[in-house]
Design a protein around this ligand. Structure first.
Ligand SMILES: Nc1ncnc2c1ncn2[C@@H]1O[C@H](COP(=O)(O)OP(=O)(O)O)[C@@H](O)[C@H]1O
Ligand SMILES: [Mg+2]
Length: 369
């Protein structure tokens, strides 16, 4: 099988006109999400669980088994029920770190290929990332196929390493070009990135990570907080099949339609979720203030939204918090009133572990706690 020779973007056969109705729908859904961001007073706090969930789902598409609850418990010092999930959790936490870094990178300068290398370095900072050219574009021929199978049996062979840099330069130029529709442009950017497969590993995750970044840089969203992995995960086979088909007649338009449909569905889902989180926040704020009459109620609530599973001692160590006994009284009140659930009772020197179960269940879309 010979290396794929990709066409430069935009592909000649792309039928932009045919995509316009779907693009209109997707653009409207994104605009609604953007409107919601404007109304949120503390987006970093409220959108934090959505970001962690994206890290979970994007990694899951590549085979990790750990879920949101595993990650949140791990952060509170609780090991996962299955030890094999430790590495998964590590990768998911790297993913979230890279997502957060991506926004910072754009503060310094426009997106460039170097930004990709920085993100790859953070993403692959783990045992599994060793020997995988962490932070470097590949200099070898790679291929996609069943694990350990030879290149002859590959289902797809990305472009030759000798031509990779040239393709990446064109890809970057297209990213910065003015296209008739930004969402169609993004569909092409993601797919071409996967075709180029510029890294030994991590291409799927990085390719999905740049989706919110692109919309943020193009000023379509004021927060880089729009995620497609839930859609790709729910339609995993179609996602891969549509990528694999690229290059065949009509394939780019079909890929574009699939991507735009995903944007419309996920923008609506992200909007609903962010709205529901905001509702919980407002309701709990009132409730916690009434229960505690404490000046610490709001900082405590903000902390719980960023760390929905936590140790009692984590709270004591926060800035602006009162003494440990007072914190214990505050937390006990929230427990008595069903706002916090006990994940593990404290015993001896082991602190109690608590959870804001309502928020976790909402993010997971099912009752997990
Ligand atoms: N035939 C294909 N053509 C282009 N891209 C593909 C194809 N098959 C899979 N992909 C993309 O490659 C990704 C997997 O690549 P990989 O480097 O292993 O990502 P990760 O390390 O994040 O696991 C998939 O998520 C998908 O986006
Ligand atoms: Mg992989």
């Amino acid at each position: 099988m010979k290396p794929f020779e990709p066409e430069r973007l935009p592909p000649k056969e792309l039928d932009l006109l045919a995509l316009m109705p779907l693009a209109g729908k997707a653009n409207r859904a994104i605009a609604t999400l953007e409107g919601l961001f404007y109304g949120i007073p503390n987006p970093n706090v409220l959108l934090s669980p959505i970001t962690t969930q994206e890290a979970v789902l994007s990694s899951k598409i590549e085979g990790t088994q750990a879920d949101l609850e595993d990650v949140l418990k791990f952060e509170a010092g609780e090991p996962p029920s299955e030890p094999s999930r430790c590495e998964d959790i590590h990768e998911i936490m790297n993913y979230r770190k890279a997502l957060r870094l991506s926004e910072k990178l754009l503060e310094d300068r426009p997106f460039c290929l170097n930004s990709l290398l920085r993100l790859h370095e953070v993403l692959m900072d783990s045992v599994r990332g060793h020997n995988k050219g962490r932070g470097h574009f590949r200099t070898l021929q790679n291929w996609i196929g069943t694990p350990n199978s030879p290149i002859e049996e590959a289902s797809f062979v990305p472009p030759s390493p000798f031509e990779l840099q040239d393709h990446l330069n064109h890809w970057e130029a297209y990213w910065h070009s003015d296209a008739p529709d930004v969402l169609v442009q993004l569909a092409l950017v993601h797919a071409q990135f996967e075709i180029l497969h510029p890294f030994i590993d991590g291409n799927g995750r990085l390719g999905r990570m740049v989706i919110p970044l692109f919309l943020f840089e193009k000023k379509i969203l004021s927060r880089p907080c729009f995620y497609l992995s839930a859609f790709f995960d729910a339609h995993r086979d179609e996602y891969i099949a549509r990528l694999r088909a690229l290059g065949q007649p009509g394939s780019w338009t079909r890929w574009g339609a699939f991507f735009l449909e995903g944007v419309a569905i996920q923008a609506e889902a992200n909007t609903n979720k962010a709205r529901a989180i905001q509702d919980i926040y407002e309701r709990l704020k009132k409730q916690v203030l009434e229960l505690t009459h404490s000046q610490f109620a709001v900082p405590l609530l903000d902390f719980m939204f960023e760390r929905p599973i936590f140790r009692g001692s984590d709270v004591t160590h926060l800035d602006q918090m009162p003494s440990a006994p007072m914190v214990a009284t505050l937390l006990a009140k929230l427990k008595q009133n069903g706002i916090l659930h006990t994940v593990r009772e404290g015993a001896g020197r082991r602190p109690q572990v608590l959870a804001l179960a309502e928020l976790i269940n909402l993010c997971e879309g099912r009752k997990v706690l």
